[in-house]
Write a protein that binds this ligand. Structure first.
Ligand SMILES: CC(C)(COP(=O)(O)OP(=O)(O)OC[C@H]1O[C@@H](n2cnc3c(N)ncnc32)[C@H](O)[C@@H]1OP(=O)(O)O)[C@@H](O)C(=O)NCCC(=O)NCCS
Length: 172
């Protein structure tokens, strides 16, 4: 199953792409903002029918990846667990989020697509807001990273809110 917006394709990840995923997670642009996984963590998740590993491809290159969870949620609540694009800050995320939102609501029949994002991750918060996510609340000191507590903002978009989403800045 795959989807396209502009030049970007969202498709199921191949096992041999995991090394690139680990590289993207280790990139200094991404590492401070995500929970990094080992190869084994990714393999376990890949074989879990409740979760999805998706590749973002542009012009034949892997420019990022997306992890979803809750595909079998009885509440139709799907988590956008992780998204990483490379390079960040160039509009790739806007297109990627449009694809993810379409996948979640149109193919996976989500009612609510939700995520959490660190309070210091302004770039991601801007990208999420532009895509139509709204803030639900703050999980204070929810994560302990290298001895420092970090708070997480929970954001979501509901099926009924999709029409309000601004179109992404298309890449040509
Ligand atoms: C989060 C992520 C997927 C967003 O994708 P992106 O391609 O960077 O996003 P876009 O370029 O489409 O939009 C980024 C927004 O932040 C702004 N921005 C860009 N660089 C920024 C920076 N350093 N600080 C704050 N805002 C920034 C852009 O102007 C844009 O805002 P706008 O839509 O209001 O104009 C991407 O930045 C990424 O992979 N980051 C590293 C991993 C990460 O943080 N993942 C999310 C964890 S919750």
């Amino acid at each position: 199953m795959s989807d396209t917006v502009g030049r970007m394709l969202l498709r199921e990840m191949h096992l041999d792409e995991l090394s690139r995923v680990l590289e993207l997670e280790a990139d200094p642009d991404a590492a401070p903002f995500i929970l990094r996984w080992s190869d084994g963590d990714h393999r376990r998740s890949l074989s879990d029918p409740d979760e999805a590993h998706l590749t973002l491809e542009q012009d034949g290159q892997m420019v990022g990846f997306v992890l979803l969870a809750g595909l079998r949620s009885p509440d139709h609540n799907i988590e956008l667990r992780r998204i990483v694009v490379s390079p960040p800050g160039c509009g790739l995320g806007a297109v990627a989020l449009e694809l993810v939102i379409a996948r979640a609501f149109e193919q996976l029949h989500a009612h609510r697509l939700w995520l959490d994002v660190k309070t210091n991750n302004d770039r991601a918060q801007r990208a999420y807001r532009r895509a139509g996510f709204v803030q639900e609340g703050v999980l204070r000191d929810a994560r302990l990273t290298d001895g420092i507590y970090e708070s997480l903002i929970v954001m979501s978009i509901l099926e009924a809110e999709r029409s309000k989403v601004r179109p992404s800045r298309r890449l040509t």
